[in-house]
Structure formats: structure tokens, C-alpha cells
Ligand binder design. Structure first.
Ligand SMILES: [Zn+2]
Length: 288
């Protein structure tokens, strides 16, 4: 499942490719994907409109059209966006399909935007949890009402993190950091990495995190996310950049996906456990 750096990487690449393109035609194969609108209303609303920019909020991609209409895309578990610059030449972003090569549209294609210059954007989604919504104002979108702070903005301060921990002093630190209504876009990979860098065990109780640890954790979250965005995110089997390249953050991972391998700081084997149902990686020597 892509987290903030992966969706941000996709956003940057899509912004470059889609800016200035005019939607000639919309084809919807799975009407459920565009709910609450019908496929017809969705298509009519987008038809003939030019894309001005692609933004992001949490893990939501926001394609902005010239008349303040928005197309919101959430990839969820298996969604992928495939840009076709010229017929037959594909670049994939999000979750690649098993097998690699694909024909488009195929049985996983939920919708396509065809542009006036002959290029196209396909939304494929094997498990159908992803969605594509059109809104005439971002205030209409319920998803945006419940998302928390963007961790890479100045609004996410050390004081804010202290406030979140103080609000839920009995919760474990890992699930608190994963709570999308507090901090938006942090997932399993980056929470494990940030907790390692701050030397805090994932199952620690929030109320027992010291002021110094809080400061380290805040700094770690920012540093790791920023570096991962710079490197194009973390690629695993379920995520590829929109040009098919792997994200460059993998060599920077210190604990995630490294169970049994030696800790890069102390050489002790990285351990894997479960914290509130999530696979969790940590070093029992470096993290207290
Ligand atoms: Zn260690």
C-alpha cells in the first residue's frame, strides 16, 4: 500500500504528464468506482475540460480542472494509474500487475480518461477498493474532512506531536502514528523507520514518551519522509513509479523488511513482531 512519499512521487510525475491536457472522452467500465455520481454524469462533467494541476492531500491525488472541478483518486489496496503517451506505449504507476505486461483496457480497467492529443490515463484496480470521484468543491469531499495534518508542512510541529501524544496517553505509539486522522499519509514502512531513528519501541505507551524522545521522533518523521520523496519512494512488489522504475528509498531502510538481518547500527538481528495487527520491525538493542 503506497504511503505519502509514494503518492507524492506519483503526483509529481502525473503533474508533469497531465498538465495542460484536455479531456476528450471518459470511459467508465465500473460505475461503482465513480460513485456517488453515475458514469454518465461523471463523464459529462469532465468532458472537454483542461487539467491545470495535480495536487495531493494525504494519500489522495487531486486532479484540478480549469473550472474548479476536481477529480479525486484514491488507489487504496491495488489501484494503479497507467499513462499512455502514445498508443501502445505504457508507463505504470501505483501497483503493477502480476506478470508485468498488460493490454489496455483489460478486465481490471475501471475507467479511462482519453485526451485530445491521443494520450490516455487508465485506472486499473484488481480488488476494487480504489475510487475516482468528481467534486465541484473540495469541501464536498468527506474523505478530506477526516484527514489529519500533512507531516511535511510547517503545521506539523514538535508541539503538535506532543499534543497528539497527550490526547491519547494510553495508546501505543505505533498505532497512534498510523492514525490518519492525526497525521496523514504515514503508514507501516515510515512509522517503523521513524521509531527506529528516534530509538523508541513501537509498542511503547504514548504517555510515557519523554520530551526528548518526542523531539527526536518529530525530527525523524520529517527527515525520513523528505528523503523518501527525494528518492522516489519505497518500491516493493506492490508499488512502482509511474514510469515503471523502482523507488530509490529501499537502500535507506534500516528496519522495515529486514527481519533477521543485522541492524545497521549495532549488528544485532532486526526483529519482527505484531503491534495491533500490523507487522512491525525493530531493533531490540537500539530501541527502548
Ligand atoms: Zn540496533
Amino acid at each position: 500500500v503506497p504511503e505519502l512519499p509514494e503518492v507524492e512521487t506519483l503526483r509529481r510525475e502525473l503533474a508533469q504528464k497531465l498538465k495542460g491536457k484536455t479531456i476528450a472522452r471518459v470511459k467508465v467500465w465500473a460505475p461503482k468506482t465513480v460513485r456517488p455520481l453515475t458514469a454518465r454524469v461523471f463523464g459529462n462533467r469532465l468532458h472537454g475540460k483542461k487539467i491545470t494541476t495535480v495536487e495531493r492531500r494525504a494519500k489522495l491525488l487531486i486532479i484540478k480542472l480549469e473550472d474548479e472541478t476536481y477529480v479525486l483518486i484514491h488507489l487504496k489496496m491495488t489501484g494503479q494509474l497507467i499513462f499512455e503517451p502514445i498508443k501502445g506505449k505504457l508507463v505504470i504507476g501505483g501497483h503493477p500487475q502480476p506478470g508485468g505486461e498488460i493490454d489496455l483496457p483489460n478486465k481490471f480497467t475501471r475507467l479511462a480518461l482519453y485526451f485530445t492529443d491521443g494520450s490516455a490515463l487508465y485506472f486499473n484496480d484488481m480488488r476494487r477498493f480504489g475510487w475516482v470521484r468528481s467534486r465541484q468543491s473540495l469541501d464536498e469531499e468527506p474523505f478530506l474532512k477526516k484527514v489529519g495534518l500533512e507531516p511535511l508542512t510547517d503545521r506539523f510541529t514538535e508541539k503538535k506531536l506532543t499534543e497528539f501524544l497527550g490526547r491519547y496517553p494510553k495508546r501505543k505509539i505505533k498505532p497512534l502514528l498510523l492514525d490518519q486522522s492525526l497525521i496523514a499519509g504515514l503508514g507501516n514502512i515510515y512509522v517503523d523507520e521513524a521509531l527506529f531513528e528516534a530509538r523508541i519501541r513501537p509498542e511503547r505507551i504514548s504517555g510515557e514518551i519523554t520530551k526528548i524522545e518526542n523531539g527526536k521522533l518529530h525530527k525523524a518523521i520529517k527527515r525520513i519522509l523528505k528523503l523518501s520523496v527525494q528518492k522516489g519512494g519505497t518500491s516493493f512488489r506492490d508499488y512502482k513509479r509511474s514510469d515503471g522504475r523502482a523507488g530509490g528509498f529501499v537502500p535507506h531502510l534500516k528496519v522495515y523488511g529486514r527481519a533477521g538481518e543485522p541492524c545497521k547500527k549495532c549488528r544485532r538481528a532486526i526483529e519482527k513482531t505484531t503491534v495491533v495487527g500490523r507487522g512491525t520491525h525493530f531493533c531490540s538493542d537500539c530501541q527502548k
